[in-house]
Design a protein around this ligand. Structure first.
Ligand SMILES: Cc1ncc(COP(=O)(O)O)c(C=O)c1O
Length: 331
């Protein structure tokens, strides 16, 4: 079967993406105890990015770089700082003695369909090597084909080797399952494996790894690989993007994304939103009225996330609806 990562590692299965990210945060904290600060205090700080989305448990919500999901739930868990995305210099300067990991999405889905650049991702990997930090990829939305490769970051910088990865969504193809992978790379001169720091009892869940969920996950992965869905997502995503761009509609301010995770940027001067609504939610509702389900990504972007096995005919139908709706927004 296609390899998701080059190195061997271990997987803890979970029930959702947020829970999988909580698992990665626990790995980072454990690592910070194993490899403490010079004065012996544990390292604990996980650096994440503005506009990121990592889930709605207390841990994953604290990791998230968006205030709107935190309203009314203060105080957040300590030990997170949010930095500007794709700004390597700021990331370098942000590292402090207590810092233990970077955590990021390949494409910030919820935050506006913002793609990580290859330079930034490679630069973070280098910073991790220099400062003994963990590189944690949240692949909950991007993983398993969505971005045009079996893993999202591999579509951007396939040479990067994360230390931990979280999964959910496409792993179950609609069935609730998540998981997080931890690399087996050696963390000291004795060959101690990173994954071994999560020893028995350090993490667990009643239904994590249940036979039904994992059988579904395996069946889904076999389909994703045997049908070549990652390559298909790459080809279809590029076609959709080219088509929307070719319309040259003034309401469209660029199409962003990777594979079948696409965002249509909207011109805020051309769409009016009533009090309490965003222009993205207005257009998403207009598309829904015409029979197409989409979802906002931030206030000014419509996100397209078709199923990976969407037919070409369905794509044509969707494009016709998108064009019809977007054409109604004229100066
Ligand atoms: C990047 C990312 N991380 C984490 C999550 C949370 O996953 P779940 O809703 O399964 O808890 C999501 C959900 O949209 C996501 O997009």
């Amino acid at each position: 079967m296609t390899k998701c990562v080059e190195r061997p590692g271990k997987v803890f299965f979970a029930n959702s993406g947020a829970e999988s990210n909580d698992g990665l945060i626990k790995v980072a904290r454990r690592y910070g105890h194993r490899k403490p600060q010079p004065d012996g205090k544990p390292r604990y700080e996980v650096l994440t990015f503005n506009k990121s989305f990592h889930g709605r448990t207390l841990g994953s919500m604290s990791a998230t770089g968006q205030d709107k999901i935190k309203i009314g739930f203060d105080p957040m868990l300590p030990g997170f700082r949010h930095l500007p995305f794709n700004d390597l210099e700021t990331a370098r300067e942000a590292i402090r003695p207590e810092t233990v990991a970077f955590m990021l999405e390949t494409v910030q889905g919820e935050g506006g369909v913002n793609c990580v650049t290859p330079e930034f991702l490679r630069g973070l990997a280098q910073l991790c090597r220099e400062h003994d930090l963990l590189l944690l990829m949240d692949e909950v939305q991007c993983g398993f084909g969505r971005c045009g490769d079996i893993m999202g970051w591999r579509a951007v910088a396939p040479d990067v080797e994360p230390d931990g990865i979280s999964w959910a969504k496409a792993l179950g193809g609609g069935f609730p399952i998540g998981g997080f992978w931890i690399s087996d790379r050696a963390i000291d001169g004795q060959g101690t494996e990173l994954s071994s720091i999560m020893d028995p009892g350090s993490h667990g869940s009643t239904y994590g790894g249940n036979p039904l969920g994992t059988a579904v996950g395996l069946a889904v992965l076999r389909e994703v690989v045997s049908q070549g869905l990652p390559e298909r997502a790459r080809r279809l995503g590029a076609e959709i993007r080219r088509e929307i761009e070719s319309w040259n509609l003034p309401v469209v301010q660029g199409v962003r994304g990777l594979g079948l995770l696409l965002g249509i940027g909207l011109n805020p001067e051309m769409v009016a939103a009533p009090e309490g609504k965003t222009i993205a939610s207005v257009v998403v509702e207009a598309l829904r009225q015409e029979g197409l389900l989409s979802v906002p990504a931030g206030p000014e972007t419509v996100r397209l996330l078709p199923p990976l096995n969407v037919s070409e005919e369905e794509i044509q139908q969707a494009l016709a609806i998108i064009r019809r709706v977007l054409k109604t927004y004229a100066k």
